[in-house]
Design a protein around this ligand. Structure first.
Ligand code: AMP
Ligand code: MG
Length: 475
């Protein structure tokens, strides 16, 4: 099977990280007994200058299932703090960089694999990805992307016909290989390794690379390193605020899962919070709740602080610490912005913003009968321009259970919301309705929903519910 015309084999690949030589090992891809394309992300193709009609399923399979090589495959070297403990035995254990390619937007992107076989960093593990793990990563990244969170995308998922054994899935379980499309696979942990091996020179070289490729606006500027770190603080704080606003719990915020571009990636035991419960913890093995929903800002802050150790070999530490102190302000700004959008507003004054978000969270933390994202879907579905006319029009007959004690909280929310509406011109009501649709997809991927989708795949090999659910995100 030869496809000289396969567009994926003819993209403009660039030897970016490869040419630096010191941050990877060349590896080979696993061979699989089966190749069934289960997912192709046609939405991403235009970034590569491709139309979906130009790319066949066989093209996907040849490039991202058989891994017909265009360049060397690079398993990246990295370390990381896992649940607070330093682990020098990490690195791409089941993935590699397939290639780096320039998008039509001028940005450099990575094709990174997950489940593509063993590498020098696999330790005792099999180098594989379960099919369910692949399906869950599709869901996390598409849902986050839809809600405006900067995230890697799942580019393709090929089922590979092996039996895998896992402690957290009924086993044997089906296997897959995923290709992820992301801004970068350089992690905080990529720098941490350089400190561990005591290589100031390699730190400088990698930081120059990061600046040139991902922060070119700062490259060559006075104090370029300091402004880079400040920008990273802002990006990470913004990303974290967006996770919080959309009710996303990443679950494994180790420093090897933190991208140097501030992009969200690597979705394992993630979950969308069912209700507004700050203590919600997504990973069953996170006994102490280190990465609980409410701890995510503190975890991101901790990771940024730890990053000062390796960067400190070449960047001024006092300067970085001063930048880190701005985390809270960046976070608050981004959180309010996204929450306002989810509530239908573009701009409100600071006190109005505080009042509205405060009333919303007070309601949702006390009324656990309504889900967190469910509330925003109900708002999207129920909102009418006539809410502005009379507070009694707002959620007149809520279909969620509300006790007598909780009723004043809903009443308070209604009043706050109504007050804000009457301060807007009537013409603005249509914009609010539209904004609510834009910010709040009508489908919520709570765990039972994901399990429902997975059950159809595992029991009947029926993939339509997954495709339908992803399509519903666009509504
Ligand atoms: P993750 O939890 O996916 O971020 O992975 C943490 C580390 O374990 C990384 O170094 C992975 O490459 C490695 N790892 C996870 N699962 C496997 C596997 N099945 N085979 C080999 N390495 C793995
Ligand atoms: Mg990881």
């Amino acid at each position: 099977m030869s496809h000289p015309s396969n567009p994926f084999l003819n993209l403009n690949y660039e030897p970016a990280i490869e040419s630096l030589a010191d941050y990877h090992d060349v590896v080979t891809a696993a061979e699989y007994p089966m190749h069934k394309l289960r997912w192709r992300n046609d939405d991403v193709l235009p970034i590569l200058g491709l139309a979906p009609s130009q790319v066949s399923d066989d093209d996907f399979i040849e490039a991202f299932g058989h891994f017909r090589a265009v360049r060397s495959f690079l398993a990246l070297r990295y370390h990381g703090y896992q649940f607070g403990e330093y682990n020098p035995q990490l690195g791409d254990g089941r993935g590699f960089i397939y290639g780096q390619v320039r998008g039509v937007d001028g940005e450099l992107y990575d094709f990174g694999t997950k489940g593509s076989g063993r590498t020098p960093y696999s330790r005792t593990a099999d180098g594989r990805l379960t099919l369910k793990g692949g399906v869950r990563e599709i869901i996390a990244s598409e849902a986050l992307h839809r809600m405006g969170v900067k995230t890697s995308r799942c580019f393709s998922l090929v089922e590979t016909g092996e039996d895998l054994w896992r402690g957290d899935e009924p086993s044997p379980t089906r296997s897959s290989v995923m290709v992820r499309f992301s801004r970068s696979h350089i992690r905080f942990g990529t720098f941490e390794r350089l400190k561990w091996i005591g290589r100031t020179d390699l730190t400088r070289k990698l930081l120059d690379h990061v600046l040139q490729i991902y922060y070119p606006q700062f490259w060559g500027k006075e104090n370029q390193d300091g402004i880079f770190y400040l920008e990273l603080v802002e990006r990470v704080a913004t990303l974290c605020a967006q996770w919080m606003a959309v009710g996303f719990c990443h679950a494994v915020l180790n420093t090897d899962n933190m991208s140097i571009t501030g992009e969200s990636f690597d979705y394992g035991p993630f979950a969308f919070i069912p209700t507004y419960d700050p203590r919600f913890t997504a990973a069953y093995f996170d006994y102490a709740g280190r990465y609980s929903y409410a701890n995510q800002p503190a975890a991101c802050y901790w990771n940024l602080e730890k990053l000062q150790d390796p960067l400190g070999m070449v960047v001024d530490k006092n300067d970085m610490q001063a930048s880190l102190l701005k985390f809270k302000d960046f976070y608050r700004l981004a959180y309010c912005e996204m929450m306002l959008k989810r509530l239908g507003f573009r701009m409100l004054s600071e006190p109005e913003t505080e009042d509205l978000i405060g009333a919303t969270l007070e309601l949702l933390s006390n009324v656990q009968a309504i889900g967190y994202n469910q509330f925003f879907v109900k708002l999207r579905q129920s909102f009418q321009p006539n809410w502005r006319e009379d507070v009694r029009h707002i959620f007149p007959n809520p279909d969620w259970e509300i006790t007598e004690e909780q009723a004043p909280l809903l009443e308070k929310w209604r009043v706050v919301y109504h007050q804000l509406l009457i301060r807007q011109p009537i013409a603005e009501m249509e914009n609010i309705a539209q904004q609510l649709k834009t910010a709040n997809p009508s489908i919520i991927f709570l765990r039972p929903k994901i399990e429902e989708v997975w059950e159809r795949i595992t029991l009947d090999d029926d993939w339509q519910p997954l495709y339908d659910a992803i399509a519903q995100l666009k509504e």
